[in-house]
Ligand binder design. Structure first.
Ligand SMILES: [Zn+2]
Length: 258
C-alpha cells in the first residue's frame, strides 16, 4: 500500500521528505516496508527557538534505532518506532500538548508502563482531524480522572521509567517519555489495546505541530518545508507563539540573557 499512497501524495514536499529519509535511513527497507503497519517517516525535523532550551527528541518517529543506537526489535511495527522518545530526568512534568480530555489510563507491561491517553478535538488543536495522544512510562499513575478536561500545557503526569526496567535497558531502565499520536476522523474511537485502534493512523508527533502552524512571524524562520518550528510553553509560563493551540509536551527553559 505504501507505493499507492506515495503516488497519490507526490508533491515537492513528499519528495523532499522521502529523499531526506532515504539519505538518513540507517539501512535496509524503506518506510513501512514489510512491517504490515502503516508507519512511514514524515521527513519532518524539529527546530527549537534559540530563546529557550527544550528537551529534544532522542529517538524520532519511525526510527529503526533506540536512543542508544541499538536496533529496535522487529516484533513491534516491523522494527519502526511508533512514537517519539524524549530522554528525561524522572519526575519531569509532562504537559498536555493541546486542550483535550482524559480518555484512558492504566499500567501496561514491558515497553509501556504507566500510560495516559488524551483525546483532542479539531476545535482544541486547530487541526482538520482528531488526535489521540498517549504518554508512556510515567513514574506513577496520573492522578487525573477519566473524562477530565485538560488545558493546553497542563501537567498531566510525571516522567519515569516504568515499563523499561529489565529488558534491553537492564535494571537501570531508561527514564523517558514515549509519546504516541494517532489521527482519526471522529472522536468516538475506543482506546486501549493496539488492535482496537487499527483504523487510526499512527503519525509523527511533529506532524501535529507542522499541520497546526498558525502562520506567525516565526514561520519565516523555517528554512525548508521539512522543518517544524516547535511551539512551546516556557518554565515561567510563557506560551510561544501566543496564539498557538499546540505546544511541546515538556516545558522549555528560557536561555538567560536572551
Ligand atoms: Zn518510544
Amino acid at each position: 500500500m505504501g507505493r499507492n499512497r506515495y503516488a497519490v501524495l507526490v508533491n515537492a514536499r513528499v519528495i523532499l521528505a522521502f529523499v531526506l529519509f532515504a539519505v538518513s535511513a540507517p539501512s535496509g527497507a524503506g518506510p513501512g516496508q514489510g512491517s504490515g503497519v502503516d508507519i512511514a517517516p514524515s521527513g519532518l525535523t524539529a527546530v527549537f527557538s534559540s530563546q529557550v532550551r527544550c528537551p529534544e527528541i532522542s529517538s524520532p518517529f519511525a526510527s529503526r534505532t533506540r536512543y542508544d543506537g541499538s536496533n529496535r526489535p522487529r516484533s513491534a511495527f516491523g522494527g519502526h518506532h511508533g512514537g517519539m522518545d524524549i530522554t528525561l530526568a524522572e519526575g519531569t512534568p509532562l504537559l498536555s500538548l493541546a486542550a483535550g480530555t482524559v480518555v484512558a489510563k492504566g499500567t501496561g507491561g514491558m515497553m509501556e508502563g504507566n500510560y495516559i491517553w488524551l483525546r483532542h478535538a479539531p476545535e482544541d488543536t486547530g487541526l482538520k482531524y482528531w488526535i489521540y495522544t498517549k504518554y508512556q512510562h510515567l513514574d506513577t499513575q496520573s492522578g487525573l480522572e477519566l473524562g477530565t478536561a485538560v488545558a493546553l500545557g497542563q501537567a498531566i503526569g510525571q516522567s519515569g521509567k516504568t515499563g523499561t526496567v529489565g529488558g534491553h535497558y537492564g535494571r537501570a531502565g531508561y527514564p523517558h517519555l514515549h509519546l504516541t499520536v494517532r489521527k482519526g476522523q471522529s472522536g468516538d474511537q475506543e482506546v486501549g489495546d493496539r488492535g482496537s485502534m487499527s483504523n487510526m493512523q499512527l503519525i509523527d508527533p511533529l506532524q501535529v505541530y507542522h499541520d497546526a502552524d498558525r502562520g506567525t512571524a516565526d514561520v519565516a524562520r523555517h528554512v525548508s518545508a521539512s522543518e517544524v518550528l516547535v511551539p512551546y510553553i516556557s518554565t515561567d509560563g510563557m506560551i510561544v507563539p501566543t496564539n498557538t493551540r499546540v505546544v511541546w509536551p515538556l516545558a522549555c527553559q528560557p536561555v538567560s540573557g536572551s
